[in-house]
Design a protein. Structure first.
Length: 134
């Protein structure tokens, strides 16, 4: 466990979580506006979850791209910190649907971990390809 925590790039993880959380609102509004323009009226929570997954996935990719190892852990912590950043807001506004907010927090963690995991997969694949060509 200590090896994993020492290999996490904490500065980039926290920066990615803060930037992703800040970009989440404008991207959510843009996707909701696009859905309304296309005539997809209905539940905005679907567009919110799509925006949330997209932003956290890209943030996990970005934070793990220069890591030397434990790429999934880097992405996981991006999602975890993004969920923790939003926690005081939820406490202050007393969210009407706390179950949905828990799902959103879990989705942030999963999307960040998937983004970091994709980086790790690509790097391992690249190493295997180079080993085959030599």
């Amino acid at each position: 466990m200590a090896e994993i925590l020492s290999s996490v790039r904490w500065g980039w993880v926290i920066l990615a979580a803060v930037v992703a959380q800040a970009l989440l609102i404008p991207i959510d509004y843009a996707l909701s506006a696009l859905a309304a323009f296309l005539g997809w009226f209905g539940d905005d929570t679907r567009m919110t979850r799509i925006a949330l997954f997209l932003v956290m996935f890209l943030a996990g990719l970005w934070a793990a791209r220069r890591a030397r190892g434990h790429f999934t852990a880097n992405g996981f912590f991006v999602g975890l910190f993004a969920a923790l950043i939003f926690l005081p807001v939820l406490i202050a506004i007393q969210a009407p649907y706390p179950g949905m907010e828990a799902v959103n927090a879990l989705l942030k963690i999963i999307a960040g971990a998937l983004g970091g995991g994709l980086v790790g997969h690509r790097k391992r694949r690249g190493m295997r390809m180079r080993a085959r060509s030599e």
